[in-house]
Design a protein around this ligand. Structure first.
Ligand code: UFG
Length: 336
């Protein structure tokens, strides 16, 4: 049975991936200090699978603690989710982001090298494309013009992985560029747990619909799009999670050296207003909203070319925007 370390395994995408890894016959081991998560995620994982997650509660920048995890667990591979991800916070506190996001990857690569663990899947983001040169963006589109310190940490981490795999020809790396992950597990036992006021659209929609927020502000309706609001590629977190399993299986079949990048999106762009109206339709609830000014740093439109993920990994999305917004609402209701 293949054992995989899942850093950030108690987080939004990490927890859903833990479920899919288990379903695929892997043994996923969580490394997460729960700084951006809660115990309830671990209980949720147990409810879904009937298995108590194994978790090491440590900071991934702590080399000694990471080494001990590898000594104890003897993993075959790693999926590295652990990172700070709030764009606005990264502008206010860039050093936190450079320290945690880059420091944890440096530490991880060193510990992997010490323990001769060669297979790594890394969480990257479509933010590395910046504005995007043409839509949909392919993996060959230029990168490096990120709009925030958070985005630059992903650019730097990708470059670090390319350099590391040149230096160590045995390393086999897949970098997955996520578009906009939304939704929750259909069981409503796990989902996104935003801290404080949500920055991202869908948690804000669900909280506004639940009456926890006064109203949603749609950031701009004067963009050059079909209804004036920004376009994004919203992907169900369960579809996203499944891609990680395929990526690990694909890596295992390849010859080293390997450092490949894949887009993970639906390939379809939806506007903010379409997301709001779809939410209202599938759930039969109203979302109170107003139109506000544009948000600094937002790109007009971003969606993925998914041909490479389909052709190479054999991955395609199975769930719709409506499915994701239904599951996000079920999760909001479960949160109470
Ligand atoms: N939006 C609103 N109102 C809100 C929140 C968001 O109108 O209250 C709009 C945004 O302006 C944007 C869209 O909803 O047009 C999506 O915004 P999100 O904050 O949910 O997502 P982003 O596309 O800004 O961010 C995503 C990832 C980041 C990543 C970024 C790169 O969540 O991790 O893409 O572009 F850095």
């Amino acid at each position: 049975m293949k054992k995989t370390i899942v850093t950030g395994g108690a987080g939004f995408i990490g927890s859903h991936t833990w479920v899919e890894l288990l379903a695929a016959g892997c043994t996923p081991i969580i490394v997460d200090d729960l700084r951006n998560s809660e115990e309830r995620v671990l209980l949720g994982l147990e409810k879904i699978t009937g298995r108590k997650p194994v978790i090491h509660r440590i900071d991934c920048t702590d080399a000694r603690a990471m080494n001990l995890v590898f000594v104890q667990e003897k993993p075959d591979s790693v999926i590295h989710f652990a990172a700070d991800k709030a764009v606005g916070e990264s502008v206010r506190d860039p050093l936190k982001y450079y320290h945690n996001n880059i420091g944890s990857l440096v530490t991880l690569l060193r510990v992997m090298a010490d323990h001769k663990v060669k297979d790594l899947v890394f969480s990257s983001s479509c933010t590395v494309y910046g504005e995007g040169d043409k839509l949909p963006v392919t993996e060959d589109s230029p990168t490096g013009a990120a709009a925030s310190p958070y985005g630059y940490t992903k650019v730097v981490c990708e470059q670090m992985l390319r350099d590391a795999s040149i230096a160590d020809p045995a390393l086999r790396v897949v970098m997955l560029r996520y578009f906009n992950p939304i939704g929750a597990h259909p069981s409503a036992h796990i989902g996104e747990l935003p801290i404080g006021v949500p920055n991202n659209l869908v948690p804000f929609i669900t909280q506004a619909a639940a009456g926890l927020r006064d109203k949603l502000t749609v950031f701009g309706n004067d963009y050059p799009t079909r209804d004036g609001s920004c376009i994004r590629d919203y992907i169900h977190v369960v579809d996203l999670a499944k891609a990680h399993v395929l990526a690990l299986q694909w890596i295992a079949k390849q010859k080293a050296p390997l450092c490949e990048v894949f887009n993970l999106g639906t390939g379809q762009g939806n506007t903010v207003l379409e997301a709001v109206h779809t939410f209202e339709e599938v759930n039969g609830v109203k979302v109170p909203f107003v139109i506000g000014p544009r948000r600094a740093g937002d790109v007009v439109a971003m969606y993925a070319d998914t041909a490479k993920s389909l052709n190479v990994l054999g991955w395609r999305t199975e769930l719709t925007l409506g499915d994701a917004l239904r599951d996000a609402w079920r999760w909001q209701l479960a949160l109470g």
